[in-house]
Design a protein around this ligand. Sequence first.
Ligand code: PLP
Length: 403
Amino acid sequence: MQVIQSTKLANVCYEIRGPVLEEAMRLEAAGERILKLNTGNPAIFGFECPPEILEDMLRNVGDAHGYGDAKGLPAARRAVVQHYETKGIELSVEDVYLGNGVSELIQMSMQALLDDGDEVLVPAPDYPLWTASVSLAGGTAVHYRCDEQSDWMPDLADIESKVTDRTKAIVIINPNNPTGAVYDDEMLRSLTEIARRHNLIVCSDEIYDKILYDGVTHTPTAAIAPDLLTLTFNGLSKAYRVAGYRSGWMAVCGPKAHADSYIEGLTILANMRLCANMPAQYAVATALGGRQSINDLVLPGGRLLEQRDVAHELLTQIPGVTCVKPKGALYAFPRLDPKVYKIKDDRQMVLDLLRAEKIMVVHGTGFNWPEPDHFRLVTLPSTKDLADAVTRIGNFLDGYGQP
Ligand code: PLP
């Protein structure tokens, strides 16, 4: 008898590691060298772990072999509280949950919130874990459009038109993956005003808050709307380049008196997974309290900034390709002009690219973008590798999907 997956997975997709990656791994097993530009994993592109983080983990690892508090090490949670206090956000140690990366906490936040048929407003394009987590929890992700013509800012009228009496929360990803957009305070005020009017919980994914280019600044959503229940997600994977340590946090900010039941639900889920990876929790206070070495990478002369520039410049030299310059994060999300490239199935397009040029990128519909006219690549490789990759993408596109 066949063993069939649960119907709960019917609408759950995560294409960043989907069938295209399986094909890439099959090609690798057959001896091909594949440049994988699909995941925002700094370590595989030569980014090292900041030494103070490694030292603190190693110093404490001997004491980290037991289960810890379900919500996380008190010292780490206190460091998160102090971090947000410096940004004008009030919260207590009890409001902070540590997790095995933000990924686990995103899933917990949705599992604890949603009944079947409840709706969550999620950006399109999005980091697809959000849509997948809403679906897995029985909810419906209702996508609001971000407008490429306006530097990928959320379309406020579209959001407003999509609120129903089943809408429970709005997801904000800022800085955004995949677009690299960074929202200013006015945009955050407009977004939170919609949440305020419709009694929505705000879920603010801020994992790229320190990866900012061209002098833009980042404001946490919770600082803009202290009167709203805002779950703020962040962690060590990106700004501290230790994605493999699986360390993130969720800070429950704003008024909570009306949310006792939901918070109890979050705590039940935290208890059920016993605790997050303990050794990495010892690095949280060091990371937040110490020198922010990410600045060396994003300020003028920094490697990430140079790579963003090279990727953007070379991509936009390909005929029929445009790309809004990313202001933050680790990705570029170029557009293929549908008048030049007649692409019906963008997953097939990235598979064809993989087979022809041995480069793996992720198709735009994998980020819940409705049209097959975008793809995402990471800007983590060296400028030399990026230049080579983009040249090969240009060679592949030359003539592709043209009548
Ligand atoms: N949120 C966003 C917007 C991301 O891009 C990612 C990873 O790429 C995550 C969350 C997951 O991060 P973590 O490694 O903390 O699970």
